[in-house]
Design a protein around this ligand. Structure first.
Ligand SMILES: [Zn+2]
Length: 236
């Protein structure tokens, strides 16, 4: 069996989404990539989480061609593989319909950076993709979903506007969040934090406070405390 360890990690990330209440029934999926072998491990489509085993994970290449597995891969596979091709630094992708992040996606709104919880994980607002055109929806819809996400991070000439690891999530307009990270564990963790941040943002925006937002200095202070060369958070 290919990639036994990565299969375990992907299964664990999928189960973490359920444990944290981000996934109802089988809505949701996690995958991870082995960059050396150019292979993606992804959850199969529509299998009960209680029954999921490492051997049920589906292995594909970076273009979604099945390399190992008898079950159908998650129906969002083409979004995952596109993100792996376009964002070479990421190692895993998670998709959920978690309630508060999905509410922002349905409203077509970015999640603004309102405080330090957000700043610890996301170096700026979490963007919302442009809505898909009718042609995109009728065509290669899952692939187009990936392109809409990428358009928030890369210019048409391919240069990065935003580092995908500095803001490891995007809301898909009218749909729900896609979240990523260096590992399957990181991607699931970021998805859980995104939902918490979205819940707090929703509540903050409904309270009668003065112009809520995190200042650039507070955003920098918190983001760079946990990320980058001079990070000081946690234990060495
Ligand atoms: Zn979805």
């Amino acid at each position: 069996m290919l990639l036994p360890s990565l299969r375990e990690q992907v299964l664990e990330a999928n189960l973490e989404l359920v444990r944290r209440g981000l996934v109802l029934y089988t809505f949701g999926n996690a995958s991870a990539v082995d960059r050396e072998q150019g292979l993606v491990v992804i959850k199969p489509s529509g299998v009960d989480y209680d029954d999921l085993r490492p051997e049920h994970m589906v292995v594909t290449d970076l273009h979604g061609k099945i390399v190992e597995g008898t079950l159908n891969p998650s129906s969002d596979l083409d979004t995952h593989t596109l993100l792996y091709r376009e964002f070479p630094t990421i190692g895993a992708v998670v998709h959920t319909h978690s309630e508060f992040a999905t509410s922002f996606a349905q409203a077509g709104l970015a999640i603004p950076a309102l405080g330090t919880t957000h700043a610890d994980y996301f170096y700026g607002p979490v963007p919302c993709s442009p809505p898909l055109t009718d042609d995109a929806i009728a065509g290669k819809y899952v692939h187009e979903t990936g392109l809409a996400i990428v358009s928030r991070f890369k210019a048409a000439d391919g240069t990065f506007l935003v580092d995908p690891l500095a803001i490891p999530a995007c809301l898909v307009a009218g749909h729900a969040p896609f979240v990523w990270g260096k590992t399957a564990h990181d991607a699931a963790h970021n998805a859980v934090v995104l939902e918490a941040v979205a819940r707090m943002a929703y509540r903050t925006l409904t309270l009668p406070g003065s112009t809520p937002q995190v200042t650039q200095s507070l955003l920098d202070r918190h983001y760079f405390r946990k990320h980058g060369a001079n990070a000081t958070y946690g234990q060495k």
